[in-house]
Design a protein around this ligand. Structure first.
Ligand SMILES: [Zn+2]
Length: 316
């Protein structure tokens, strides 16, 4: 039997923290954690812990085609080595398909979602923005999309970026929920999981800032409550582009976490003097929780080179 969702926003979410804060880190198991993903882990951990809240881990392995075998366990070992202890069981999206299926059923039944028979070329012909199906299109393996009416906008207040608004109908179009190849789309999985797990605060990289408006529309269509959002600055590699897994300039060394944590602290705009220059990991993390000030987080992006050259980043 499939678990059901609350049918209206007045329902109490199962497992919600009683009046408290619950955040999460949700990596995709596509490789080892790099500095950018460690920054998202540390930033979301700090935001939750400094508010006295819980911090959960969710492995976003919904796209099995991109998964690197062993990467998820390696990421969990790295987080543990960095002292970023989590609450609750680790959730694996690959084991939560029944929740996404139940949500999709509800959206289809309510007319918020529809089967799309368009080919990749059909959608590319309209600039990648799906507004209506090509007449007569028919395929044996249709995708399912969220219907986004013309002029449909979404807006929210981000704790770092302020007021963010998007004309989702014009800029994004109808959002894929289940892909033609049968995989669940990230947008559906993340919205369903955040609500099901009672997340109150979504702290993640600014590369997902663009995804948030369509996630808000999906929350509305499912009658789910809206969490608070804080998008962390991106870290740019020495070539000025977003730090990628292939960029070795700031690899995360699980055997020596303190230099990386100090660099992440600086990338979050925090006062380097708040952390002890030496001492055990546990004391550094406790000082970070006590001194964390989310108002100092820059809109970014942060060049990795500045973190390399930071004088208050001694290599222990
Ligand atoms: Zn279509």
């Amino acid at each position: 039997m499939s678990p059901s969702f609350p049918s209206d926003t007045s329902s109490i979410r199962p497992g919600s923290p009683a009046g408290g804060v619950r955040g999460r880190f949700a990596p995709s198991p596509t490789g080892a954690l790099h500095f950018g993903s460690l920054l998202a882990a540390f930033g979301s951990w700090l935001a939750a812990r400094s508010a006295g809240g819980e911090w959960w881990i969710r492995i976003e392995d919904v796209d099995r085609g991109r998964e690197v075998p062993g990467a998820a366990l390696d990421q969990l070992r790295t987080l543990a080595a960095f002292g970023l202890e989590h609450d609750g069981p680790v959730a694996w999206q690959s084991q939560r398909g029944h929740l996404y299926a139940a949500a999709l059923e509800r959206l289809l039944a309510a007319g918020h979602a529809f089967e799309c028979h368009c080919s990749r070329a059909d959608v590319a012909a309209t600039g990648g923005v799906h507004r209506s199906c090509r007449p007569g299109a028919r395929r044996p393996d249709p995708a399912v999309r969220l219907r986004v009416p013309d002029g449909r906008r979404a807006a929210f207040e981000d704790a770092v970026h302020g007021h963010v608004a998007q004309d989702v109908g014009r800029e994004v179009g109808d959002v894929v929920l289940r892909r033609a190849d049968g995989w669940w789309a990230y947008q559906l999985a993340v919205v369903v999981d955040d609500a099901d797990q009672g997340m109150t605060d979504i702290v993640r990289g600014a590369d997902l800032l663009d995804s948030t408006p369509r996630q808000l529309l999906l929350q509305d269509a499912l009658g789910l409550p809206r969490p608070r959002y804080l998008h962390l600055p991106l870290v740019l590699g020495d070539d000025g582009r977003k730090l990628s897994k292939s960029d070795r300039s700031l690899a995360v060394d699980a055997g020596d976490p303190l230099p990386t944590l100090r660099a992440a602290w600086r990338a979050l705009g925090q006062d380097a003097g708040m952390l002890p220059a030496h001492g055990p990991l546990r004391a550094t993390l406790a000082a970070a929780v006590a001194g964390f000030d989310p108002r100092r987080i820059p809109r970014g992006p942060v060049p990795a080179i500045a973190l390399h050259n930071a004088p208050a980043m001694p290599h222990a």
